[in-house]
Design a protein around this ligand. Structure first.
Ligand code: ADP
Ligand code: MG
Length: 238
């Protein structure tokens, strides 16, 4: 069974058609990287997968269930955005714990998960700080930690590294790759960085103006681009 199945997903805002019949099926544990120019509809698609926006047509199924039939509180999806959106008045520990509290996870288990993600992401020494006392990279780790602690079925990352400087981006990319291998989680990850896409993806989806141009492994997309746009975007050899 596909763990995430998008079938002919369409989205319009008024008369503006932002997504045209996007169909993608992901197996459990896949790492899909979604690429395409700014404004092509990547975030809109992520918001639809997260259930934050309704598609105008088509369906989104997670583990076989239509996402619109699952109450928001029961959707087992974690999203990490470009702007980390940590709660400014809560400590790092509380930031990670709070969503678990909302989901009625008991106290002992919450404490255990906070400790375990803090260890994994090497933020144990930061647990008592407030977000403003952290660097960009540290905040980003906390945001990922918060997503991990929920132990979701699906992770959605929307350009999580684009606010970081180049070196940190490379380091975090390596860490995200390791995390994926360790957690065997299903991930949809948006970036406009082609190298990030090539190194992280099990498959890449290339979009242009709301239309899926190609869906394939990094090697397929790079070596056998479906059209000139994909070739240009991925920097394929000519
Ligand atoms: P990307 O993430 O690829 O940069 P977006 O999904 O954010 O692209 O946006 C795709 C298009 O949809 C853009 O033209 C954007 O202006 C438009 N759009 C996104 N959200 C809305 C909205 N709530 N209302 C109207 N237009 C929107
Ligand atoms: Mg976007």
């Amino acid at each position: 069974m596909a763990s995430l199945e998008l079938t002919n997903v369409k989205k319009s805002f008024g008369a503006v058609h932002v997504l045209h019949d996007i169909s993608i099926a992901l197996a459990d544990g896949e790492f899909l990287v979604l690429v395409g120019p700014s404004g092509c509809g990547k975030s809109t698609l992520m918001n639809i997968i997260a259930g934050l926006e309704e598609p105008t047509g088509g369906s989104v199924r997670l583990m076989g269930r239509d996402i619109t039939e699952v109450p928001t509180a029961d959707r087992n999806i974690s999203m990490v955005f470009q702007s980390y959106a940590l709660y400014p008045n809560m400590t790092v520990a509380k930031n990670i714990e709070f969503p678990l509290e909302m989901r009625k996870v008991d106290k002992a288990q919450r404490a255990e998960r906070v400790q375990s993600v803090a260890k994994l992401l090497q933020i144990e020494h930061l647990l008592d700080r407030k977000p403003r006392q952290l660097s960009g990279g540290q905040r980003q780790r906390v945001a990922i930690g918060r997503a991990l602690a929920r132990e979701p079925q699906l992770y959605l990352f929307d350009e999580p590294l684009s606010n970081l400087d180049a070196q940190l981006r490379v380091d975090m990319r390596t860490e995200i790759k390791k995390l994926h291998q360790r957690l065997k989680a299903t991930i949809v990850y948006v970036t406009h960085d082609q190298i990030e896409a090539m190194t992280l993806a099990s498959r890449i989806a290339v979009m242009k103006a709301g239309v899926l141009q190609q869906l394939g492994t990094p090697q397929e997309v790079y070596n056998r681009p479906a059209n000139c746009f994909v070739a240009g975007f991925m920097g394929s050899p000519r």
